[in-house]
Each structure stands twice: as C-alpha cells, then as structure tokens.
Design a protein around this ligand. Structure first.
Ligand code: NOJ
Length: 494
C-alpha cells in the first residue's frame, strides 16, 4: 500500500492555513471501530414478515416517483433475508461494532404498541444473536427516518401525540433487545427528519413547512428523545447497563475570515445545525442564537410569537443532560460569512441562520452534490463539540464518501485515511473524548431520493442481480487492515 507510506499528507487551503500531517498513532484498544447501515436502506422485504407501511415505502410508491430512476427500497440489499451472510462479512472485516437501525413499522405495524409483530422482533433478535456469536457489538439506532405511515397520517413529527408513540416504541425496543444491546441511539440526524422531512422536501414525508412545521418537529423529537432516555434511566439502566445517545449531523463551518462577524457566523451555523438538537439535550434549551434570530425575525414578519416553540421551565429541567454520549455524523465542511443585511422576510432554518454558506470549487468533490472532501474540518468540529458540550463522550457514527460505484475506490480510501487521521489528532492533540467510529457505509445501499445512484459502501452490491451479490471493494481491504493495525498508516506507532 504505497499511499499509506506517505507520512506527510498536506491539504492546503487559504495560504496553507488548513493542513495536517497523517497521524500514524494507534487508536486505543477499547476504541470501537465499525460500519453503519439503516433499516430502510438495506433490509428490503418491505411488505414481508408482518411489516407495516412506512413513510419511505409511501414516498417510493408514489406516481410519479420523486426518487431518481424510480428506485425503491422494496428489496434494497435484501438484508432481511441475507443477514447471516452480512454478519459473516462483518466478521471478515474485523469490526468491533455494527451500527444498524430498527424499522418501527416492522416491530409495530400499526405504529402504536397495541400490536407487536413477533416476526419483526425475531428478525432483530436473530441478527443481534448472530452478531454477538461473532463477537460484534450491536449499536442500535431506534429511529432512522422510517416513520410508520399511519403515524404520519395522524400528523407525524409535527403533532405532539408522536412523543408518547415514540416512547412506547422505545420501551418495546429496550425491553426486547436491551439485554443484548449496550449502545443505543434514539434518533439518527434529527435535522434531516425535521428540516428535510417537513421543510425542504428532501426526505419523506416531503412536507413543505419551512420555519414553522420543521421547528414543531424538532421540539416533539427532542421531548421524545428525553422521555426515552429517562425511561431507560429509570426502568432499564440498572439491569441492562447500556448507554443511550442521539446522533446529530453537522458540517464544520469554517469562518471565511478572522473578523469577529465571520467567527460569530461560524458559531451561529454550528448552533443552528448541531446545537439545535445538542443544546436542548445537554443544556436544556435551544441555543441562544436560535432563540434570538427566530424571535426577532418572527416579530418583523408580524407573528404574535416566535415561530420557534418555547420549552417550559419544567421541560428544560427534564431535557437537560439526557445523553450518555453524543453521536456525530459528519461528512464535509463549508465556509461561512456573516450577511451584512439579511433578508428578514423569508422563512426556514437556513434563512433564520442568517449566514452565507458555500463550498469552494477547488475542494475535491464526490458523487453527492453536498459532499466535498475536507478532512481537517472533522478535527475542528470535534474540538468545538468538546467545549460546547462539556466534554461529553463522542461517537462518530457516520462518515464516508460517495462515488459512482467502482471497486477500485482509491478516492474513498484517501477520504477515510484523511478523516480518521484527523479524528486521531482531535483525540490526541485536542484531548477530545472520541469513543468510536462507524464508517458509512458497510455496503452500497438505497440513498433516499438519490436511489441507487450514489454509492457509499465498502462492499459493492449488485442491484441488478436477484442475489444482491456483495463484492469487496479496495476500501474494504483497506478498512480490514485498519481494523487489524488500528491506525491509518501501514506501520503504526506505539
Ligand atoms: C446520513 C444518513 O444517516 C444516511 O442514511 C445517509 O445514507 C448518509 N448520510 C449519506 O447521505
């Protein structure tokens, strides 16, 4: 592996200010390395085994379809039937942990816990058993965007009833799987659930309510998270001894200059994106930047009260410190600068942020329009999280690179090498408490509205074959080596 002998790996940007050397130190022995997936993206079997319809089934079956090439997750990677083969591949890869999600409508086809689908429960019990028998720890996401359609028909995340519906679902998960699962994530990327699902039209259920419905969603989702954490804490923790976190996504927002306005713009962007969800579950309330901007803009727009729904004093106390660890999904960075005279008439999360954001043309791209390679941003983001959230342990639960699907995926290897090296730097040089890393993704899968056109996998999946044949890419071989050496270089230090 010639590339790994490259000890000095320099990325230059803005007069060489942003650069890094490849960190060839080993990760600690108890650091959890693994790979990640999500139910709708890999399972298939959309109407088998007693599963109910969810919002992604619904969106994919619409005519005309909003998904590229009319792709669906009906079969996806067929992991519902191929889970044993998948676990054998994971074993071969040598991972410590496998992050996957539970499909709510496979477990509770009606959305509510009045009907529990034993076949669905058994599918996950078998998967978990297979993992444990092969010495792989399950890291389980309870909700990765696939709301039962019946619950969406009743209002979904914009309606308060969803808080207790989620709580009841989480209770079933802790009760059924909690003896074997020690790492839980209540939610995956709440920003995408709320902003893309209820404002921008980028994710199911494709509702367009910018600056209004999206914040109701955020509020309900945060209360649902806290209730689930308290439930675990009060009723399951002493017996099951697990840890419950939430996975939040964010770019690093690099200030365009050192001016105080641009530094403040970076802080505001971080608080509107990561902080919108992390501030409430750690500090108890929305970030002050969100409260101030949205109240001011709502007033200018003639609203009687802020479009950002408030939390009561009681809710603030209840939500504070309701995570055992923070999950971070990070793929890319952007540059930000303050907007001198923001347009106050517009609605929406990015409009309310009042920050100008872009990605320079000369950053290396990928198959995804939003994903440009900026590994140094991961270190800066981790350092920021440490200070913003009282040194809460962090698990990097997603990070990865998309291409058009080649097996000789050198660009993906370079991406992983750069990002993982920067994460090691953050741990060593900035003293950030990072406890694990799960690469996105174990295998190529259904990339939401982009269908099967963007490939993130370490394994290639042949979606034209009924067998959904999995083939190891070069990056899987590289990752396998990382699992053995536990550092990004061929020869590790210490
Ligand atoms: C975030 C999501 O959690 C995952 O479902 C998605 O496939 C990846 N990012 C890549 O876009």
């Amino acid at each position: 592996m010639a590339r790994t002998s490259l000890l000095v790996f320099c990325i230059c940007f803005i007069n060489g200010i942003l650069s890094y050397d490849l960190n060839d130190n080993k990760f600690p022995d108890d650091f959890l390395f693994g790979v990640a997936t999500a139910a709708y993206q890999i399972e298939g079997a959309w109407n088998e085994g007693g599963k109910g319809e969810n919002i992604w089934d619904n969106v994919c079956h619409r005519v005309p379809s909003p998904v590229v090439n009319n792709d669906t997750g009906d079969i996806a990677c067929d992991s519902y039937h191929k889970y044993k083969e998948d676990v054998a591949l994971l074993k071969d890869l040598g991972v410590d942990v496998y992050r996957f999600s539970l499909s709510w409508s496979r477990i509770l086809p009606n959305g509510f816990d009045n009907k529990i689908n034993v076949e669905g429960i058994n599918y996950y019990k078998n998967l978990i058993r297979e993992l444990l028998d092969n010495n792989i720890k399950p890291l389980v996401t309870i909700y990765h965007w696939d709301l039962p359609q019946v619950l969406q028909d009743a209002g979904g995340w914009e309606s308060e009833f969803i808080i207790d519906a989620y709580l009841d679902y989480a209770r079933v998960c802790f009760r059924e799987f909690g003896d074997d699962v020690k790492y839980w994530l209540t939610f995956n990327e709440p920003k995408q659930t709320c902003h893309e699902g209820y404002a921008s039209g980028g994710k199911a259920p494709l509702i367009i309510s910018p600056g209004v419905g999206e914040y109701m969603c955020s509020r309900n989702l945060l209360l649902a998270h806290s209730k689930a954490w308290h439930l675990y804490n009060n009723e399951f923790r002493s017996k099951q001894q697990g840890r419950v976190g939430i996975t939040i996504d964010s770019n690093w927002y690099e200030p365009a200059s050192n001016s105080s306005e641009d530094l403040a713009a970076s802080e505001t962007a971080l608080r509107f994106n990561y902080g919108c969800y992390a501030d409430p579950v750690i500090h108890g309330d929305w970030p002050k930047q969100m409260k101030e901007n949205i109240a001011r803009r709502s007033k200018a727009q003639g609203y009687r009260r802020s479009r950002l729904p408030e939390f009561t004093e009681e809710e603030i106390k209840y939500m504070r410190n309701t995570v055992d660890f923070l999950g971070l999904n990070t793929y890319t960075s952007s540059v930000v600068r303050a907007i001198a005279q923001p347009d106050t008439t517009t609605l929406g999360l990015s409009e309310d942020t009042e920050v100008d954001e872009w990605q320079p043309e000369d950053w290396e791209g990928s198959a995804s329009s939003w994903l440009k390679v900026a590994p140094w941003g991961a270190r800066k983001l981790l350092k920021w999280l440490k200070y913003a959230y009282n040194d809460t342990p962090i698990m990097v639960t997603e990070n990865g690179y998309s291409d058009e699907g080649t097996l000789n995926d050198e660009r993906r290897i370079n991406y992983y090498q750069g990002y993982i090296s920067n994460i090691r730097d953050a741990m060593e040089k900035d003293d950030v408490n990072v406890i694990g890393y799960t690469a996105w993704s174990f295998m190529d899968n259904f990339e939401w509205l982009r269908g099967y056109s963007e490939h993130f996998g370490l394994y290639h999946v042949d979606f034209n074959s009924p067998n959904r044949t999995r083939t190891k890419k070069d990056s899987a071989i590289w990752y396998q080596n990382l699992m053995k050496t536990r550092c990004v270089a061929e020869k590790c230090k210490n």
